[in-house]
Every structure is written in structure tokens, then in C-alpha cells.
Design a binder for this molecule. Structure first.
Ligand SMILES: NC(=O)c1ccc[n+]([C@@H]2O[C@H](COP(=O)([O-])OP(=O)(O)OC[C@H]3O[C@@H](n4cnc5c(N)ncnc54)[C@H](OP(=O)(O)O)[C@@H]3O)[C@@H](O)[C@H]2O)c1
Length: 280
């Protein structure tokens, strides 16, 4: 694929993987529309993108709101008269004891991580159909394949994205619209500073560039999915165990990051007082 002259939306581009991916696409000749909430970071990113390829501009707002998510696509199409690539990468983590998680916390994660992907995709399909095709790349997570303790809602938001993307691959057959999934493992970005409660992972973190490489690769080769990093022994073993011995992987996850028995007792006391999950 020749990226020159193409228009790409990259959500979650104010930091981490999204930022690096936006720059990579601009270097390849795309006009990029980076999206996130922190406008000042998007502003400086757009200056860098425009130095590589002129024509980029940002849109700042909350993708957890349907109106804004749809506006991102509609505004891009009306300004550029085309949309070739939609990269859905924005997400918030939720690493927190289930007992301390409110239903509002959980809904927010599903809106930002999954529903915004659904809203932008629904908005992008008609203009892509009109132009004869396009690429939709969804940045998921290895956590949806092997679910860590304290991340059931985050993993569910990514698992929903996986099923949606797999279904779209079938439903959009013959339309020219290609749908791909990129599943990052541990990547060195600020997301690790945003965990609600301390995580247990202390292994290697891989560079965000490796995910940007994978995003470009799935587009160029029209592949459906890639795990990044590809040959990390722990991730390969975990996936094999998950596939062949799911009970074993559940035991392994629980032992690696066990639930504190005191937290169960505290939750039981709050439940007796009639409290909901997440209520102190
Ligand atoms: N890093 C990892 O180890 C890892 C592993 C697996 C999967 N992933 C996935 O990779 C993707 C990128 O994450 P990252 O590691 O690069 O983390 P990051 O640096 O925290 O990036 C997350 C991006 O999402 C944006 N965002 C969050 N909430 C938003 C909202 N309501 N509306 C609009 N934008 C929002 C953030 O910008 P603002 O705060 O400015 O809005 C930021 O640009 C995510 O989908 C994440 O789940 C990462």
C-alpha cells in the first residue's frame, strides 16, 4: 500500500503507541488526524506530523461520548473528502480489585475502550464503502487472551473488540474494507502509570515502535491479526497453555497475582451492610 496522500485517524494519539503510530504514518506520507483529550499534546504532535507530511490536524475530546466519536469521523471526511485508515487505539486501563470497582468505573472502561471503537467504525464504514475500501485497525491487548487478576473489565472491553473485529472481517468481505487486530503485550508507555492499584508485572517492556511496526504491517499485508512482541517465550507459552490447558492457565494466573484474602473479608462485611461493589 502506498500511504502517500491517504488520510488516517489515530485515536489515543497524545501519548504512547498512538503518538508513535501517528508519526510513523505521517513519515509514510499520510495526513493524520490524531485524537485524544489532551489538546496541548496533540497540538505539538501535529506540528511534527506536518513537518513530515503537510495536512494533519487534531481533534480533542472524549471518545467515551458517542457524539464526539462520530464527529471525529464525520469531520475528517468532510475536511479531506476521504478516510483511508481508522486506527482505534485509545483506551484506559482498569487494574483494580473487583470489590473496589463500581459499575460506573466498569461502564466508563467499556465506553472508552470498546464502544468508541464501535461508534467510530459504524461512522467510518459508509464513507469507506463510497470510496471502495479502507483499513480499520483495532489495538486490543494480550490481556483479552490470558486475563490477568484485577483486569476482568479491561480484558472484557478488549475481548469485545476482538469478537467485533473478527465478525467485521466476515461481514465486510467483498466491500474492500480490511479489518485488523493488533494485540500488544507489555509495552513501555505511560499506561503503566495509570493503573488504579499496583500491578505485579516486573518483566521487560517493549518499545511502542514495535506496535507501530505491526500496525503498518497489518495494513500493508492486509493481515487480520498480530501479537506484539511475536516471539516472547512467556507470551507464547501462555497462549499455548490457554488454548490446550485453560484450567492450568487460570491456576497459574491466580498464583502469580493472588487475591488478598483480607480484601475478600472486607468485601463480605460491606456486602452485609448492603453496599454495592465499589462502595466504601
Ligand atoms: N502499553 C501496554 O503495555 C499495552 C498493552 C496492551 C494493550 N495496550 C493498548 O494499547 C493502546 C495504547 O495504549 P498506550 O500503552 O499507548 O497507553 P497511553 O499512553 O496511556 O495511551 C492511551 C491513549 O488513549 C487516550 N485516551 C484515553 N481515554 C480517552 C478518552 N476518553 N477519549 C479520548 N482519548 C482517550 C489517551 O489520551 P488522553 O489522556 O489525552 O485522552 C492516550 O493518548 C491502548 O488501547 C491499550 O489498551 C497497551
Amino acid at each position: 500500500m502506498d500511504f502517500r496522500g491517504k488520510v488516517a485517524i489515530v485515536t489515543g494519539a497524545s501519548s504512547g503507541i498512538g503518538r508513535i503510530t501517528a508519526l510513523r504514518l505521517a513519515r509514510l506520507g499520510c495526513r493524520v488526524v490524531p485524537v485524544a483529550r489532551r489538546a496541548e499534546l496533540l497540538e505539538s504532535l501535529v506540528v511534527e506530523c506536518n513537518a513530515l507530511t503537510p495536512g494533519s490536524h487534531y481533534l480533542a475530546g472524549d471518545l467515551g461520548e458517542r457524539d464526539f466519536a462520530q464527529h471525529v469521523v464525520d469531520d475528517t471526511v468532510s475536511r479531506h473528502d476521504r478516510l483511508d485508515v481508522l486506527i482505534h487505539n485509545a483506551a484506559i486501563p482498569l487494574h483494580k480489585s473487583l470489590y473496589r470497582t463500581s459499575v460506573e468505573d466498569a461502564e466508563r472502561v467499556l465506553r472508552v475502550n470498546f464502544l468508541s471503537c464501535l461508534w467510530t467504525t459504524f461512522a467510518a464504514i459508509p464513507p469507506m464503502l463510497v470510496r471502495g475500501g479502507g483499513h480499520i485497525v483495532n489495538v486490543s491487548s494480550f490481556a483479552a487472551k490470558v486475563v490477568p487478576t484485577h483486569e476482568s473489565v479491561y480484558a472484557a472491553s478488549k475481548a469485545a473488540m476482538n469478537a467485533f473485529s473478527e465478525g467485521l472481517w466476515n461481514d465486510l468481505a467483498g466491500s474492500g474494507i480490511h479489518v485488523a487486530l493488533v494485540h500488544p503485550g507489555p509495552i513501555d508507555t505511560e499506561i503503566w502509570q495509570k493503573l488504579d492499584e499496583p500491578g505485579h508485572y516486573a518483566g521487560r517492556l517493549y518499545p511502542a515502535e514495535s506496535v507501530a511496526d505491526a500496525i503498518v504491517e497489518v495494513i500493508e499485508k492486509r493481515r487480520h491479526e498480530i501479537v506484539v512482541p511475536r516471539r516472547n517465550p512467556a507470551l507464547v507459552t501462555a497462549r499455548l497453555l490457554r488454548f490446550f490447558f485453560p484450567a492450568l492457565i487460570r491456576i497459574g494466573v491466580q498464583r502469580t497475582d493472588p487475591v488478598d484474602p483480607d480484601s475478600v473479608e472486607r468485601a463480605r462485611r460491606r456486602a452485609r451492610e448492603g453496599k454495592r461493589l465499589g462502595e466504601e
